[in-house]
Design a binder for this molecule. Structure first.
Ligand code: ADP
Length: 339
């Protein structure tokens, strides 16, 4: 088996054939440099380090390209493919995606999380794997990245994560035009050793843009969870995201309301900071399911900053809400797949 170690904090990882891959020698240097202090404890299959030929991406221009073919093969092994999206940024979409994944793992499912927010990737940090080394191994005529598995408080969980956040330094923007982003996304789907998964959770970028179209046109999603906060301005944009999913014929679309209310730490009263019941009203208007409300919870933010989803951190009201929402989603998807 041939293995190449891709340095985690460089853009020169495995978007083979593109300009930022300055020279093969550069990659080899980096690869060997990483090898000097390897951390192979989790990767027993890494036996030997041989790099013979630089990997190349075959753009034939004829028929279905090999990458798309690989994605088609891989997606057969993912039982439910669930996208998490929002009309606007900052409503807690990535927090919901990370906690949904963690709650599913807690319920005993094998989960993959793909951060499709190439320009603002947060999932790796929220799941504590932003510093993970990305390994890749040779598979036939291409290389496949091995997604790091999450570990919380010393316990390995069955969540595999792939995010651009693991590949670029935290403060570096990714300045790519559309075609490069499309290629990157497709590689994160097709050039990653995802294996069998019960759930593939895809964290979309906010809004209704290009990256979402790429994923929706590439794989067959089973569900789209649209995250909103209760206030009017967020709801307007959420309506657009819900309609996009409906127009793209995603079989199951549902709304989750985040930051619904705050329990005052002093008096214990409930404060509806952003208004009340907006998410539920929107779901009714759009004729989609409403899966539940998540309160504002300072512990959720604290846990997220530590790289631990709240559902695995502390049993707070937000953690309970995430567990209930996840159970409702599982039930809905299972009922639908039986029908
Ligand atoms: P988005 O993906 O929509 O941009 P994030 O998931 O990154 O939003 O969340 C934005 C910030 O809000 C993060 O710091 C996150 O920890 C925090 N946050 C999200 N949901 C909650 C919540 N229910 N209670 C407290 N903080 C939250």
């Amino acid at each position: 088996m041939q293995v190449v170690i891709i340095p985690s904090n460089t853009l020169n990882f495995n978007f083979y054939g593109y300009t930022f891959l300055s020279s093969n020698a550069f990659i080899y240097d980096k690869a060997y440099k990483v090898l000097d202090k390897p951390n192979f404890s989790n990767y027993k299959e890494v036996m030997k380090m041989t790099i013979k030929t630089p990997p190349s991406f075959n753009v034939s221009g004829l028929g279905v390209d090999p990458l798309t073919q690989r994605i088609k093969e891989k997606e057969k092994k993912w039982k439910y493919k669930v996208a998490v999206l929002s009309g606007k940024g900052g409503v807690g979409k990535s927090t919901v995606a990370a906690n949904l994944a963690a709650a599913l793992a807690k319920l005993g499912y094998f989960v993959g999380v793909l951060d499709a927010d190439v320009h603002g990737p947060n999932i790796a940090k929220m799941l504590g794997v932003e510093k993970a080394e990305i390994l890749a191994e040779k598979a036939d005529d291409h290389f496949e990245m091995i997604p790091p598995t999450t570990e919380f408080m010393g316990q390995v969980t069955p969540i595999k994560v792939m995010s651009m956040g693991m590949m670029v330094p935290e403060d570096q923007p990714i300045i790519w035009r559309g075609p490069l982003v499309t290629k990157a996304l497709k590689q994160l789907l097709g050039d990653v050793k995802w294996g069998e998964l019960d759930f593939m959770i895809i964290d979309f970028p906010p809004g209704t843009g290009d990256q979402i179209l790429t994923v929706v046109q590439t794989i067959q999603l089973d569900a789209a969870i649209v995250v909103t906060t209760p206030q009017e301005v967020a709801l307007l944009d959420t309506g657009k995201a819900v309609n996009m999913m409906k127009q793209m014929e995603i079989p199951y679309v549902a709304v989750v309301e985040n930051m619904s209310y705050l329990i005052c730490p002093h008096c214990g009263n409930r404060i509806d900071l952003f208004g009340e019941g907006g998410g539920e009203k929107l779901a009714k208007k759009e004729n989609v399911d409403f899966l539940g409300k998540i309160p504002i919870d300072p512990k959720a933010r604290e846990a997220s900053d530590l790289g631990i989803p709240i559902v695995l951190y502390e049993d707070t009201p937000a953690a309970k809400a995430f567990m209930e929402i996840t159970q409702r989603l599982v039930k809905k998807l299972e009922e639908r797949s039986k029908a």
